[in-house]
Design a protein around this ligand. Structure first.
Ligand code: HEC
Ligand code: HEC
Length: 482
């Protein structure tokens, strides 16, 4: 049960995925640091990807930032001093990243590492995350003494999104650097784009053709803005690691099997295995490692890292008593946190219960996934396994405004994170401040009304945040018409 014991056990099991991937993808080369001798040039084709066609359906939110080589050169020219930047930029040219396991190895987390799966996230990808399609975090292992790791680099991944989130500690500035690695698959060039099966089965973890890379400065101008959550103090303050549910019982994390099985393991690991039992790996971690984990893969390990790095003080935390209170129906502590979010003061709080899913949707998605990966049903029939949230979770995770909310509350809840004046004052989006509605010009208010009504990619709020019901839209428009 001690962190040290976990460390020894994981060292024996954690590396197999990287090796198998390298063998299977010999033709693509292998970027695991064990396999690629120093100074070996990258295989042709992976580098600038000159022979690849254009992506047919690029992410519109990243369109202004360019792609592939342009992004690589821009990020590397900034000479960040963290382990990811070093691996990416200082190895003599665009290193190949043919799959997820290779990316994990490239950033130095292929062997000695910890991991945790989350069945409920309040991050950039919250709308994709449940036990059926969990978010995987991989990060350095921290001992019982909570000494910070020699190198801090961590990554987050969820299926359905063609990107990996990375953070590294900058040895020069002493601050954190955040990155988005956006990868392409073969299906990225199909006229129809990638199918649900391309994005939600194990396929998304393999056969990457090339990638683009963006850092937090690039992303601040887009809805991906890492700083909107990892820099809660606002412009010019230090960035931080996030984990609201910092203390036991780590309700939404799994496999998390200690001496006694935890409730979250009982529920979430079971739901996960029902979907992924026929996969080889999830998030680069072998399914066998997840299924047989003892002590490995838990919120406890992320807690140790977040504490060791000095981020024990989390805004809008998910306090330990919430789980206890919620057993009797409702949790006043959770409600107080949620109210702070509705006032636009903080990001949403994790769900007060363990499971965010609706049982009918969950059963249908589980069956569909199993049938498709076993070849019983055609790939085209795959249901969206992300679309499983219960009505209660949809509201409590803030994907929709509260029924009957007034216009001001709708704007604070659904726009506040990116438009509360905390960010770089040089960016126009930070001048549209929903905490100071009275100070907005008529033109700013009209632009906001137009953006909420837009039917294209410019619609606000951005889709990864949530959407407005017709009533909420009316209420927000009436407020902005004043
Ligand atoms: C909406 C808020 C939000 C945004 C935006 C966001 N994050 Fe996070 N991030 C979180 C939260 C909350 C966690 C903790 C785990 C969870 O809830 O999934 C987290 C965890 C992480 C972790 C694991 C280490 C840690 O801090 O616990 C990484 C790596 C990470 N985020 C990278 C990024 C990157 C890169 C971006 C920008 C592309 C980004 N995040 C944008 C909220 C956010
Ligand atoms: C996840 C972050 C995020 C959220 C939440 C969000 N926005 Fe935005 N918004 C942006 C970004 C990034 C831009 C700048 C890029 C652009 O114009 O698309 C922007 C631009 C705007 C602009 C143009 C500002 C100007 O004057 O140039 C308006 C108006 C706007 N948003 C309104 C809203 C409203 C209203 C909501 C809530 C209903 C909302 N946004 C929610 C990220 C967000």
């Amino acid at each position: 049960m001690t962190l040290r014991a976990r460390k020894e056990r994981f060292g024996l099991t954690g590396f197999c995925c990287v090796l198998t991937t390298c063998v299977a993808l010999g033709a693509w080369g292998c970027s695991s640091d064990a396999e690629r001798p120093q100074g070996t040039p990258s295989p042709a084709g992976m580098a600038g990807a000159p022979n690849l066609p254009a992506v047919t359906h690029p992410d519109p939110e990243l369109a202004t930032l360019g792609s592939r080589e342009t992004t690589y050169e821009r990020v590397c020219a900034r000479h960040h001093a963290d382990a990811f930047s070093t691996a990416l930029c200082d190895a003599g040219g665009h290193p190949p990243i043919p799959d997820l396991a290779s990316l994990i190895a490239l950033i130095g987390l292929g062997k000695e590492r910890a991991f945790a799966l989350s069945g409920n996230s309040t991050s950039l990808v919250s709308k994709s995350v449940s036990a059926l399609n969990p978010r995987l975090l991989v990060f350095p292992r921290v001992g019982d003494d909570l000494a910070p790791p020699a190198t801090l680099v961590a990554m987050g991944f969820v299926r359905g999104e063609q990107f990996v989130e990375v953070v590294g500690h900058d040895a020069v500035s002493g601050d954190l650097n955040f990155y988005l690695v956006r990868f392409e698959q073969r299906c990225s060039y199909d006229a129809a784009g990638c199918s649900l099966a391309d994005l939600l089965t194990e396929q998304i973890e393999h056969d990457w053709t090339t990638y683009s890379v963006y850092d937090q400065e690039d992303l601040e101008t887009t809805p991906f803005d890492c700083k909107s959550c990892h820099q809660p103090g606002g412009y010019g303050t230090k960035l931080m690691l996030r984990m609201q549910e910092l203390t036991s019982p780590w309700l939404h994390w799994f496999p998390q099997r200690f001496v006694q099985q935890t409730d979250s393991d009982r529920l979430l690991s079971t739901e996960f295995m029902a979907v992924h039992q026929h996969d080889t790996q999830y998030g680069g971690v072998p399914i066998a490692v997840i299924a047989n984990a003892l002590d490995d893969g838990s919120g406890a390990q992320l807690e140790a890292l977040v504490r060791a790095e000095g981020f024990a003080d989390q805004p809008n935390p998910f306090d330990a008593q919430i789980a206890k209170e919620a057993q009797s129906g409702s949790s006043p502590t959770w409600q107080a946190r949620f109210d702070a979010h509705l006032r636009g003061e903080a990001i949403a709080v994790p769900y007060p219960g363990i499971d965010v899913t609706d049982s009918a949707k969950r059963d249908a998605a589980t069956r569909s996934y199993g049938d498709v990966v076993q070849g019983i049903a055609p790939r085209e029939s795959l249901l969206d396994v992300r679309d499983v949230f219960s009505a209660d979770a949809t509201l409590k995770l803030s994907f929709l405004p509260q029924p009957g909310a007034d216009g001001k509350t709708v704007l604070l809840q659904m726009c506040g994170r990116c438009h509360d004046g905390r960010g770089n004052p040089a960016l126009p989006k930070n001048l549209f401040n929903v905490r100071k509605l009275d100070a907005l010009s008529r033109a700013q208010k009209d632009r906001a009304i137009a953006r909420m009504q837009a039917s294209d990619d410019t619609r606000m709020p951005p889709w990864r945040v949530g959407s407005l019901t017709p009533d909420a839209l009316q209420a927000a428009m009436a407020e902005l018409a004043k």
